[in-house]
Design a protein around this ligand. Structure first.
Ligand code: NI
Length: 174
């Protein structure tokens, strides 16, 4: 297992559509393990393969709280089959967009179909935080980010700020 570098905005790969997996093999299993390690290391609750620069429809999630046992969930080729009319709002952050939180309204419940790590087809009804997290991650697989919910002006401002902070060398006092 290894921790991979997380791709941050502005990077064109984050806008690309990820490719479906045809067969779950050793490479996919290794990637899933790396995604979990990278996600836990960054204190995230979800991570899509594209965020480590790999355009495959794979994502991992763990929405367990600090006091609970870890609950790692991995999803291959996830698709949303049904959503509720009822919505919920969370303030969402993204490991690919540092220091940015945006209130986003999404369907409260979603039903998804996916393939598990053993290659079996499964379905799952998701509610609350898990539902929001899955929708956020599936958006990644389709090249969509939380800043796409904002106006172009606001979006450009955030990207500019992040690019600037990337270029700034680390400040030290010696
Ligand atoms: Ni994200």
């Amino acid at each position: 297992m290894s921790i991979r570098d997380i791709v941050t905005v502005p990077n064109e790969i984050l806008k690309k559509i990820s490719e479906p997996i045809e067969k779950v093999g050793i490479n996919e299993k290794k990637l899933i393990n790396d995604l979990f390690e990278t996600m836990y290391n960054s204190k995230g609750i979800g991570l899509a393969a594209v965020q480590v620069g790999i355009l495959k429809r794979i994502l991992v999630i763990d929405v367990s709280t600090k006091d609970e046992k870890k609950n790692p969930l991995s999803f291959i080729n996830p698709t949303i089959k049904k959503v509720s009319d009822k919505t919920s709002i969370y303030e969402e952050g993204c490991l690919s967009i540092p220091q940015t939180f945006i209130e986003i309204e999404r369907p409260k419940i979603c039903e998804i179909e996916y393939i598990d790590i053993d290659g079996k087809k499964r379905d799952l009804k998701c509610d609350g935080l898990l539902s929001t997290c899955i929708q956020h991650e599936i958006n990644h697989l389709d090249g969509k980010l939380i800043i796409d919910h904002l106006s172009k002006l606001k979006k450009d401002m955030i990207i500019k700020k992040i690019s600037k902070s990337k270029k700034n060398p680390e400040r030290i006092l010696v």
